[in-house]
Design a protein around this ligand. Structure first.
Ligand SMILES: Cc1cc2nc3c(=O)[nH]c(=O)nc-3n(C[C@H](O)[C@H](O)[C@H](O)COP(=O)(O)O)c2cc1C
Length: 154
């Protein structure tokens, strides 16, 4: 049966929308045949989306030293409903931060530790002024999650 990769993203700007598209492109790499990729905006993702997935990729901006309110709302709504049944869920983080990113990374580490989800790649922090190179990094993050899921390495 196909494995399911869930991408939960908050993309308030054209740059962040491009990054999401890059992650989706990576996850849909033509060599990966047995992974079903689902994208949900953070404000629309619900506990059943998490229950149904085999791995999750989280993408947020850093705003005011923290993750976006949208991703925080996702955790506020989903944390307890999935806490017992999704321990060990493979996950990864991508942060777009205009100049920092550490507050968001720290906050996500704390929440993911509480959930006992397993970070399977180093958080990707796309920091500073926009660079076109971010797109390849985001694409790689999507590819890595889908390829790892298909290969059963997580
Ligand atoms: C209200 C607001 C607060 C922000 N706070 C931070 C912050 O604390 N740290 C940071 O690194 N970037 C901050 N930023 C910059 C955003 O992270 C950045 O603009 C966003 O990720 C979108 O990226 P883009 O400008 O490339 O589209 C802030 C942006 C806004 C609008």
């Amino acid at each position: 049966m196909s494995k399911r990769l869930l991408i939960v993203a908050h993309t308030p700007s054209p740059n962040t929308q491009q990054l999401l598209q890059a992650m989706l492109r990576g996850a849909h790499h033509p060599d990966i045949n047995d992974v079903f990729v689902v994208h949900k905006p953070a404000l629309q993702a619900v506990p059943d989306d998490i229950r149904a997935c085999d791995a999750i990729l989280l993408f947020t901006t850093e705003n005011l030293g923290y993750m976006s309110g949208a991703l925080k709302d996702f955790f506020d709504r989903c944390y307890y409903p999935v806490l017992e049944e999704k321990q060990g869920l493979p996950c990864a983080i991508v942060i777009r931060a205009g100049h920092d990113g550490t507050g968001t990374r720290r906050a996500l580490d704390t929440i993911l530790t509480g959930l006992r989800w397993k970070q399977v790649q180093e958080p990707l922090v796309l920091r500073g002024e926009w660079r076109d190179g971010f797109i390849a990094e985001a694409e790689e993050a999507g590819l890595y999650m889908a390829a790892g899921l298909e290969a059963g390495v997580f």
